[in-house]
Design a binder for this molecule. Sequence first.
Ligand SMILES: Cc1cc2nc3c(=O)[nH]c(=O)nc-3n(C[C@H](O)[C@H](O)[C@H](O)COP(=O)(O)OP(=O)(O)OC[C@H]3O[C@@H](n4cnc5c(N)ncnc54)[C@H](O)[C@@H]3O)c2cc1C
Length: 479
Amino acid sequence: MYDVIIIGAGVSGSAVARELSRYKVRACVLEKNEDVCTGTSKANSGIVHAGYDAAEGSLMAKLNVRGNERMEQLSKDLDFPFKREGSLVICLHEEDREKLEKLYERGMKNQVPGLRILEREEVLAMEPNVSDNVAAALFAPTAGIVCPFGLNIALAENANANGVEFYFDTEVKEISPIEGGYEIRTNDRIYQTRYVVNAAGVYADTFHNMVSEHKIHITPRRGDYCLLDKSAGNHVGRTIFALPNEKYGKGVLVTPTTHGNLLVGPTAVDIEDREGVNTTREGLDNLMEKAGLNVKNLPMRQVITSFAGLRAHEDHHEFIIEELADAPQFIDCAGIESPGLSSCPAIGEMVAEILREKMKLQPNPDFVGTRKGILNPETLTKEERVQLIKEQPAYGNIVCRCEMITEGEIIDAIRRPLGAKSLDGVKRRTRAGMGRCQSGFCSPRTMEILARELSENIEDITKSGGNSKIVVGVNKDSF
Ligand SMILES: Cc1cc2nc3c(=O)[nH]c(=O)nc-3n(C[C@H](O)[C@H](O)[C@H](O)COP(=O)(O)OP(=O)(O)OC[C@H]3O[C@@H](n4cnc5c(N)ncnc54)[C@H](O)[C@@H]3O)c2cc1C
């Protein structure tokens, strides 16, 4: 019997796992997909919000500000990309100034540090590509950008290094109370646990409603994005938001990413399909129209890919993080829509604290709070790089020409704890395939490396686990 079973290996589940690993506890994470970071945590804006958006006094506001505060140190401890570049909310019309001021006031009440309203000239001096129509802007110096894959993978790896087990391709089907805890039926086997943490993203209502009479309802709210090439990465220097709208929140933003691309999005469309992460023509058209309102001359010909993510929008637009009153030992981590990424360090802390108190957990004397990411040879001096290639020639073999990723980095991504098993797994860990050609050149080479390292046939290598096979047969030259 486990002490704690966490459902879902997104940023919420992984942050909980990492914080929980500070204590002596037998815990595991069950994830229906083949890897960590395969749900909403892989498809979002990657913004670490300052914290002025969420309603005053809400859990969202509290955890956003706390998560933002913790992110910098966490990025150093766990070695993932984070930059505190600040953000601007653009007000285009004098008559909307009141809305900007309300946002400022809410931010002050939420205790967001350093907020200022800037006048037109100051905004244009800071961001020359902001619309000429700008009237004023809310500047939040503590906002930042994070690599969502880097954050999610780092949390999970560190949790695993500190003793939390991860089971992939393990889909939770049913949860029922048993003496002293819960029984969890999966596609694979039956688990028993004293406590359950429900961090299942857009599916969190399904599990909540299995054990509680007080039903909740999550709507998948799709957001479409366009990602632009690095040649467009300096178009703005910080995240540029539109003034939020009552119904669908923060609107379309334009932001640099931690790896130097430019991201434009998201839209907000309520859908029924909880796996519906396809982009639509309508959504992308809508995006193009809105993005140009706040930032001028957007080089949209530089789009290299588009993608969509699903917000887990709970009807009351609030994080639900608590032990359920009518289902003791079942802890929800539900309704984690934006700012869930920003808040995850605080979500992890909060859930671990609930569990520590309930279970009287004792500190894990072997806990190691740091972790080293995959070595990026570009961070080395020329001499260090020469030495590295001498010792490990795989670092001299460039596999992804767009992002300049070496075979050495790909091997590291596969061999490390909770290592990559698919093309997307390698991509999220190393960026091989994330560049301008979107893996057109490197995927066959990466597949060969995966097959060799995992001792599998190349026919069995997948894009993202399951049935997503890439080689579907042999051509006539093979005979
Ligand atoms: C368009 C968009 C933009 C966003 N932008 C931002 C932003 O800029 N900043 C910010 O702070 N937040 C942002 N967010 C929100 C943020 O991405 C989410 O709050 C966060 O990623 C949620 O993480 P999670 O771990 O709760 O959910 P997920 O990442 O979805 O993880 C849940 C996991 O549970 C697994 N699971 C589900 N069902 C089962 C089952 N039956 N058995 C086993 N496993 C299961 C899933 O496979 C998944 O891996 C955005 C979200 C969207 C959609």
